[in-house]
Design a protein around this ligand. Sequence first.
Ligand SMILES: [Zn+2]
Length: 464
Amino acid sequence: MKNMIAKIASVALTAGIAQTSFAIPPAPMPTPDEQAIDAATKDMFAWDIIQGLTTEVGPRLAGTEAEARARRWAAFKLPAMGFANVRIEPYKMQTWVRGEETAEVLQPYPQKLIVTALGNSGSTGKAAIQGEVVYFANLQALQAAPVGSVKGKIVFVSHNMKPAQDGSGYGPFGQVRRIGPNIAAKMGATAIIIRSIGTDNHRVPHTGNTNFEKSVTPIPAAALSIPDADNLVRMFATNAPVQIKLILTPKFVGETESGNVIAEVPGNNPKLPPIIIACHLDSWDLGTGAIDDAAGCGIIAAAAKHLRDTGPRLRTIRILWAGAEEVGGFGGKAYAEAHKTEPHGLAMESDFGADRVWRVDFKLPESAKALQTKIADRFAYLGIQTGKAEAGGGTDVEPIIEAQHLSVIDLQQDGTHYFDLHHTADDTLDKIDLKQLQQNVTAWTVVLMNVANYEGDLSLAPKP
Ligand SMILES: [Zn+2]
C-alpha cells in the first residue's frame, strides 16, 4: 500500500499536480464501545478466571472451607483486575457434606454400580442398606404407586430426559431428583436411587440437590450413572427380583459461613440505578465446577472488565459472585436481603455453561423498546436471535428480581451438551471451548455497553 501511494505521488508530482490533494484522511478513533467489543472478541480474562478457580481452588462446595478459599481467591483477583468496591458479604447456611458412596447389585447379576449421593441425602450408616429394589419408569409411576407398595424397600426411578438446545428437559425431568426422594421417604422406602439427571452415556453419575420436607426424615438418596441405570433396567426386564447393597455416609455439619463476593465498575451518574450481573462461585464437589459456574463468573467479569477498560459509562455495573447456589440459592437470598433498600436498574445472570449464546430474551418496560431493538439488531450480526420468552434471570438474581420487580435480559446459551457434564466429575476446564467462551463475552459486552449507557427509566410497571 505504502509503495503504491509513493508511486501515485511521484506520478502526481511529475504530472505537476499538487501533492496535498492526495493526503489520506486519518482513520476515525474507535469509540469506547467499539474498543470494548474488539477486546471482547479476543478475550482471555474469562478463561483466566475459569482456569484460576478450577486449578487454584478446585471443587467448591458451598459452606465448606473450599468455598471460603474461593471467596478469598475472588477477593484478591477482582481488585487486581481493576474492579472497585470489592467486598465479601458473609451469611450463615446449613451445610451438607458427602461421605463414602458405593453400591452393588447382590442379585440377580452381582456387580458394582457407580453412584453418587444427592445433596441433602440421608446416610445409610457405615453398615449399608441392602434389600429389594422396586423399579419405576418415571416419577409419575412412583407417584401413582399404591400406598405401602415400597415400604421397607429401595426405590429406583428412571426417566427419559433428552438433550435440548434450550435445556428445557431439565425442568420437568429434574423433578425426579428434586422431589422423588421426598416422595419415596413419605411412602416408607428405605432409600432411593435415580437415573442421573443427565444426557450423556458415560459412567459418571450426576449429583444435585434434593429436598425433604421439614417433617420428613431424609432417606439415603443417590444418582446412578446412566449406563448403570440402563443396566439395572435390563435386569428388571428379566423379571428376576433385584437386590442391591448401598452405602452412603454424607452428613449435615450444621451452620457454617458462606459469602457473596461483590465488585463494581462505577458509573458516572449515581442517580441511575446499577445493573446487577451474577454467577455463582460455589460448585458441586465432584468436578472442578468449570462449566458450573466458573464459566459464568468468567464471562460476566470479563465483559465488565472490557467496559471498565474503555472508559466510564453512566450506570454502575455490579458483579455478584454468589457464594452458594447449588445447595439452595442461599447467596441470591442473602444478596436480596442485604440490598433490598437499594434501587437496581436491571438484572442478568450467566449460569448455563460456556457454549455459545444463541438467543436473547428480554423483560423490559415498553418505554425501553429502542434499547431492546438496538441490542437485537447488533445481535443479528452475531447470529444471535431474539426470543419470544420473557427473561427470568436465574437463582442468584431471582430473589432481588422478585423483591424489586426488576427488568431482566437473558443471554441463552446452547444447552445441547450442558447436561452431559452438569454436576459430574467431568465438569472440568478441558471441556470449555475458547471461541465459544469469547462469543459469550462479546455478547455480554454488547448488552452491558448498551444498558450501562441507557438513561431512560428501566423500572417496570408495578405488578398487578
Ligand atoms: Zn449453576
